[in-house]
Design a protein around this ligand. Structure first.
Ligand code: P6P
Length: 321
């Protein structure tokens, strides 16, 4: 295999984005290695388990969540290309003081409930234009991507050039090497949803799920870690769903930190996404921690899912509990 490092690839293929983007990807790469080193020793270190704190959403914060958030946020704020950073774990975005081109949003350790069972988890990042506010539509993204801390660590990123490229970490040389060039979304019939929420689902979603099972040929795969489920959907195809339900009437996943960056990436890979009948990249966030329903995957699967949604999704029937 022709070994192309992430840094060399960015220089050769993202020259249009220039030195600031190269600086940014170098910071993300270095930070990924630091976080991965800590994660790879989880179970042997004191950062296991709950921090005893709760985040802005009242959710239990794992010690490694806090660690990853601090490491990633501080590294980004120190980068001259970055003007500000918003994080799922921060009450408000932080301003770097640099006259940087980018405003970065990130979910430092998505899927952290899986940390202590050694399942794949990830970091999600979005690269927005510098702005006085973190509240920007996903269709303003320059780039987005994720780091998947799995059997191997991977960094996958997309730019507006319709290119999605994946890099695998070689621990022997401490480099990210191009392993998945120009990824286009797969076409397998896989659906990914937490069916444990069945009784919470709307009638439309129940009708859709019943129909695809009746159609046959589908496999259900669900890790419960969005980066892992989206990475599989990207490579294999299918559909990932976290719909609104009676317990999560606005959906569970955050628009800025999870949904917009991963929707951008899936769409750049030739897939599609829908959230209450609209493209998730067209949604203007009303607040930095806004949650939205989401369906992401191959176009044929998104079309099929959309055909079951009510003409006015708001009228979809479930009783909010
Ligand atoms: P549930 C992890 O907590 C997360 O934010 C996403 O990574 C994941 O897709 C989802 O929530 C899982 O939620 O309700 O199925 O456990």
């Amino acid at each position: 295999m022709n070994r192309i490092t992430l840094n060399d690839f960015v220089k050769a293929n993202n020259a249009d984005l220039g030195a600031p983007f190269q600086q940014l990807l170098l910071v993300i790469e270095k930070t990924a290695k630091i976080i991965n080193d800590k994660l790879s020793r989880n179970g042997l270190i004191e950062e296991q388990g709950s921090s005893g704190d709760t985040n802005v959403y009242g959710e239990d914060v794992q010690k490694l969540d806090e660690y990853a958030n601090k490491v990633f946020t501080d590294a980004l704020l120190a980068c001259p290309a970055v003007a500000g950073v918003g994080s799922e774990e921060l009450a408000e975005p932080k301003i770097s003081g640099h006259d940087g081109l980018y405003l970065i949003t990130h979910d430092p350790l998505d899927g952290s409930s899986n940390i202590d069972t050694n399942l794949p988890i990830g970091t999600i990042f979005g690269v927005y234009p510098q702005n006085t506010s973190v509240l920007q539509k996903g269709n303003t993204l320059f780039a987005s991507g994720y780091i998947l801390y799995g059997p191997s660590m991977m960094l996958v990123y997309a730019t507006t050039a319709g290119k999605v490229n994946g890099f695998t970490y070689d621990f022997q040389t401490n480099e990210f090497i191009l392993s998945h060039p120009d990824i286009k979304i797969g076409e397998k019939k896989i659906y990914s949803i937490n069916e444990g929420n069945w009784e919470l689902f709307s009638e439309s979603d129940k009708n859709y799920l019943t129909a695809i099972k009746k159609e046959g040929g589908y496999s259900l795969r669900y890790v419960g870690s969005m980066v892992a489920d989206i990475h599989r959907t990207l490579l294999k195809g299918g559909i990932f769903l976290y719909p609104a339900d009676s317990k999560h009437p606005e959906g569970k996943l955050r628009l800025l930190y999870e949904v917009a960056p991963l929707s951008f990436l899936i769409i750049q890979a030739g897939g599609d996404g829908v959230s209450r009948g609209v493209n998730p990249l067209d949604i203007m966030p009303s607040k930095h921690d806004q949650r939205v329903p989401i369906a992401l995957g191959s176009k044929v699967e998104i079309e099929k899912y959309s055909s079951f949604q009510k003409s006015n999704p708001i009228l979809d029937t479930f009783k909010v509990i």
